[in-house]
Design a protein around this ligand. Structure first.
Ligand SMILES: NC(=O)c1ccc[n+]([C@@H]2O[C@H](COP(=O)([O-])OP(=O)(O)OC[C@H]3O[C@@H](n4cnc5c(N)ncnc54)[C@H](OP(=O)(O)O)[C@@H]3O)[C@@H](O)[C@H]2O)c1
Length: 275
C-alpha cells in the first residue's frame, strides 16, 4: 500500500496518541468491516476506534496486518466494556491488546462502572500503562462526577482522554470545559449525529456556502472545537470525503449558528450516556 499523509497531529494533551480525525468502527459488521478499514487506511486515517463491545478488534488487527503499513503508523483505541466472570479486567484487556501486536495506543473504560469496580478496572489500566502495553489510558461517557470520583483512587489523574458524544445538537458544554481545564483530551463520538441531522437547514446552508457536504461541516466543526471526531462510514466515497476537511474553515459567525443548535441531553443519540 502506497504512502499516504496520515492525519497525525499533536493535540491538547501534547500526545502523539491523538490524531485530528479517527475512524469509528461501531456497527461495522464483518466482512464489510475489514474492507471498510482497508479503505480507510488507503485514504490516510491513522487513528482507529474499536471496542470489545463492537466485536471489530479482530478485523481491525487483521486489516492493519494486511495493509502492509507498519503498526507504528497506527493509533489504535479500544475499550473495556464489562467485567467478565472468571476473567480479571487485566486479562480481559490483554486479550484485546494481543490483537494489535502486543500494545494499543489508548485503552478506555467504555462506560462508567459502579465505583468499586471502576477502581479495580482503572488499576488494571494503570498496570498496563506501566508495562507499556498501552501508551495512554482514559475513559468514555464519564461525566464530571465520575471524573471527580476518580481522584479518590486513581494513581494517574487526569485520565488522558474522555470520549463522549459531541455534535452541534449535543454539546455537553460544562463537561467539555471541565475536560479542557483539566487537560483531558476530548474525542467526539457520533460526530455526524449518526447521520440523523444531515438535512438540518442551518447545516445545509453552511455546507452550501463552502461547497462542502453537511458531514464535512460537522467534522470541521468538531476539529475547530478542539475535539477529535471519530466518524464511521462503510461507504468508500464517504470514507474519503470525511477526511477532506482541511481546505476550508467555518467562520466564527457560522460556528455560533451551529452552537445555537444545541438541544442538551435531548439532542443526544445515546441519551443514557449523557450526564
Ligand atoms: N464510546 C462510546 O460509547 C461510543 C458510542 C458511539 C460511537 N462511538 C464511536 O464513534 C464512532 C462514530 O459514531 P457512530 O458510528 O455512532 O456515528 P457517526 O459517525 O456520527 O455516523 C455514522 C453514520 O453516518 C453515515 N455517514 C458517514 N459519513 C457520511 C457522509 N459523508 N455523508 C452521509 N452520511 C455519512 C454512516 O453511513 P455509512 O456507514 O452507510 O456510510 C453512518 O450511518 C463509532 O463508530 C464508534 O467508533 C463510541
Amino acid at each position: 500500500m502506497g504512502s499516504v499523509a496520515r492525519h497525525r497531529a499533536e493535540n491538547t494533551a501534547g500526545s502523539q496518541v491523538l490524531s485530528q480525525i479517527g475512524f469509528g468502527t461501531y456497527k461495522l459488521a464483518a466482512p464489510r468491516c475489514t474492507k471498510a478499514i482497508l479503505e480507510a487506511i488507503s485514504a490516510g486515517y491513522c487513528l482507529f476506534d474499536t471496542a470489545q463491545l463492537y466485536e471489530t478488534e479482530k478485523q481491525l488487527g487483521q486489516a492493519i496486518r494486511l495493509s502492509g503499513v507498519p503498526r507504528a503508523d497506527f493509533v489504535v483505541t479500544t475499550k473495556i466494556k464489562k467485567i467478565q466472570t472468571g476473567l480479571s479486567p487485566y486479562d480481559a484487556c490483554l486479550s484485546s491488546i494481543d490483537k494489535f501486536g502486543g500494545y494499543v495506543d489508548l485503552f478506555l473504560i467504555h462506560t462508567p462502572f459502579p465505583k468499586q469496580q471502576a477502581e479495580f478496572v482503572w488499576q488494571a489500566l494503570e498496570q498496563l500503562l506501566q508495562e507499556g502495553k498501552t501508551m495512554r489510558i482514559g475513559v468514555s461517557n464519564y461525566g464530571i462526577k465520575h471524573l471527580e470520583d476518580m481522584k479518590s483512587y486513581a494513581v494517574l489523574w487526569p485520565p488522558h482522554v474522555n470520549q463522549i458524544e459531541l455534535h452541534p445538537w449535543c454539546q455537553q458544554r460544562e463537561l467539555v470545559k471541565y475536560c479542557q481545564t483539566n487537560n483531558i483530551a476530548i474525542q467526539a463520538y457520533s460526530p455526524l449525529a449518526t447521520g440523523q441531522r444531515l438535512g438540518d437547514p442551518t447545516l445545509l446552508a453552511i455546507a452550501q456556502s463552502h461547497g462542502k457536504t453537511p458531514a464535512q461541516v460537522l467534522i470541521r466543526y468538531s476539529i475547530q472545537k478542539g475535539w477529535v471526531p471519530l466518524p464511521k462510514s462503510a461507504t468508500p466515497h464517504r470514507i474519503k470525503e470525511n477526511l477532506d476537511v482541511f481546505d476550508f474553515e467555518i467562520s466564527e459567525q457560522d460556528m455560533e449558528r451551529l452552537d445555537a443548535l444545541d438541544e442538551g441531553k435531548e439532542g443526544a443519540v445515546f441519551k443514557f450516556n449523557v450526564h
